[in-house]
Design a protein around this ligand. Structure first.
Ligand SMILES: OC[C@H]1O[C@](O)(CO)[C@@H](O)[C@@H]1O
Length: 545
């Protein structure tokens, strides 16, 4: 007879056949009794340390957008124009900002393997060593813009690695009942990082020398130390340990996260549950890349959906504001565009909490549909004011002029836009994607979709300076078009996955129910599923029910 944790910390008996049954029905564990919130506090603190990786990512976004508008930075890394003034060419700005995304994509695909080989903690600490190298290269750049550029590429490799390992680590140590919320903490930390990045550059722009950008970069050493110290005190992923057959260490880790003694029979049960999960995945086998195209039921359609959603998340235009907000608002004649960025940062951070609530309350589809429609309206108004009023009439820096009023209206509408982005598409996309694939192809499908996010992040951050120079605020209509498209795309192609287990999602797709009717779809009972649909995607074509 095995044991399990219950709310009071005492043990209740569990039929050992549950563990056997779990090998056939992966989501059977979901039926285990829930724990109370206070039981999750310790593990939540641990997870927050891991999610701090998101902060490192966000801090970069928040600071680089300010650097390209700082006098010392422009003088060092810019070129001289005919009038004898320093400026940063579009190529330099685009490359310096976007190269980070390229590093992230490469690190996210290749370097994250360190986490599989040596453990999640080592993986994260290793990425911080690379990150520090990248920061040292940037901070020591004197006048060579390409040195700064290389430093950003290296730091990007590290942040891409962190962005893959952190959510994975959290999902492995967090109890199922709070896993979704804790995974969204990663996005929350990104927004906190962006906000504090903006605050930092706001604080240092008053210097006239390299402290303007070297202080914010210097702070990155502190973030690396916090993450490493956090990892030293963090228990290793029990899943990784069981996989490597380090059962005693897995026991220690579980005991620490759950604040019980190692000899507690409940710890043993947890180890067995993890082992059952690993067996279950081994049973399903490791999918080949080809199965992303040929897999059943409708895997290819789901992979395309993941790529589309991650691409559209970037094509909502959020990073147009996050990377170039300071530049844009300087262009509309605002005297303190750095201050504006801080406001955007606060709205982004605070609205992410609304997102955590909305995704569960409204469901995935309604959340994304509402977000697309609302952001569409915001971007139209923003682009109209920008292109018709400001750009056509020109603008001046004189306080109180009508153009300053237009600029303020644009800031207001941008805040509204960011509220809708952060509370819908920002976390919603990760949530849908993490729920849409069967276990055996999940990591491959997710990494392909995430790579699409980085790629669009790169394209948008690279081309934005060129496009804004050429068509100014008309650029906003490009995002408006994408948002309109995203509404119809979600309506016709994205199925509701709220509250469904991974197996139920398979059944949903196998049943061929139209996405726009999927929120009314009721999954069959577990028994029915076990006999009809379960693991269909593992059977060769023709054997499906
Ligand atoms: O909060 C905004 C940030 O969130 C992301 O979309 C990732 O989900 C980033 O690309 C962006 O900078």
């Amino acid at each position: 007879m095995s044991q399990e944790f219950n709310n009071s910390g005492a043990q209740t008996p569990v039929d050992a056949s549950i563990l056997e049954k779990d090998k056939e029905q992966p989501e059977h564990l979901a039926a285990l009794p829930e724990k109370s919130f206070k039981d999750y506090i310790v593990i939540s603190i641990f997870c927050f340390f891991v999610a701090f990786g998101g902060f490192v990512f966000g801090f970069d976004t928040g600071t680089i957008s300010g650097f390209v508008n700082m006098s010392d930075f422009v003088q060092r890394f810019g070129q001289l124009n005919a009038a004898g003034n320093y400026y940063l060419s579009n190529v330099r700005v685009g490359l310096m900002i976007s190269i980070f995304n390229v590093g992230c994509a490469v690190g996210g695909i290749f370097l994250c393997k360190v986490g599989d080989m040596y453990g999640r903690r080592v993986g994260l600490m290793f990425s911080m060593v690379i990150y520090v190298v990248g920061i040292i290269i940037q901070i020591s750049s004197q006048r060579a813009w390409y040195q700064f550029f290389i430093g950003r590429l290296i730091a990007g490799l590290a942040v891409g690695t962190v962005s893959v390992i952190s959510p994975l680590f959290i999902s492995e140590v967090a109890p199922k009942q709070v896993r979704g919320t804790l995974v969204v903490c990663f996005q929350l930390c990104i927004t906190l990082g962006i906000f504090l990045g903006y605050c930092t550059t706001y604080g240092t722009k008053r210097y006239t020398d390299s402290r303007q950008w070297r202080i914010p970069l210097g702070l990155c050493f502190a973030w690396a130390i916090i993450l490493v110290v956090g990892m030293l005190s963090m228990p290793e992923s029990p899943r990784y340990l069981v996989e490597k057959n380090k059962i005693d260490e897995a026991r220690k880790s579980i005991a620490r996260s759950n604040k019980v003694s190692e000899d507690d029979p409940a710890v043993n049960t947890e180890v067995q549950l993890i082992q059952a999960g690993i067996d279950r995945e081994a049973l399903a086998g490791n999918a080949s890349w080809k199965e992303l195209i040929t897999g059943k039921p409708k895997i290819f359609r789901r992979v395309i959906m993941g790529i589309m959603l991650q691409s559209l998340q970037q094509l909502t235009g959020d990073n147009y504001f996050f990377y170039y907000g300071t530049t844009i608002f300087q262009a509309v004649g605002l005297r303190d565009s750095f201050q504006t960025s801080i406001i955007l940062g606060i709205v982004n951070f605070a609205s992410t909490f609304a997102g955590i609530w909305a995704i569960e309350k409204l469901g995935r589809r309604l959340c994304l549909l509402t977000g697309s429609a609302a952001m569409f309206v915001c971007f139209i108004i923003y682009s109209l004011i920008g292109s018709q009023h400001l750009y056509k009439n020109g603008y001046s820096n004189e306080p109180g002029n009508t153009y300053e009023a237009s600029g303020k209206a644009m800031i207001f509408i941008t805040c509204l836009y960011i509220f809708f982005f952060a509370s819908t598409w920002a976390g919603g996309v990760y949530c849908i994607i993490s729920e849409s694939y069967p276990l055996r192809i999940r990591s491959k499908a997710m990494s392909v979709a995430t790579a699409a996010n980085w790629m669009w992040g790169f394209l948008i951050s690279f081309f934005t300076p060129f496009i804004t120079s050429a068509i100014h605020f008309y650029y906003g209509f490009v995002f408006t078009g994408c948002l309109l498209f995203s509404f119809f795309y979600v309506y016709f192609f994205v199925s509701e996955t709220k509250g469904l287990s991974l197996e139920e999602v398979d059944v949903l797709y196998a049943s061929g129910v139209a996405p726009w009717k999927s929120d009314k779809w009721v999954p069959p009972s577990v028994d029915e599923m076990a006999h009809t649909y379960a693991f269909q995607e593992n059977k060769p074509e023709g054997e499906h029910v």
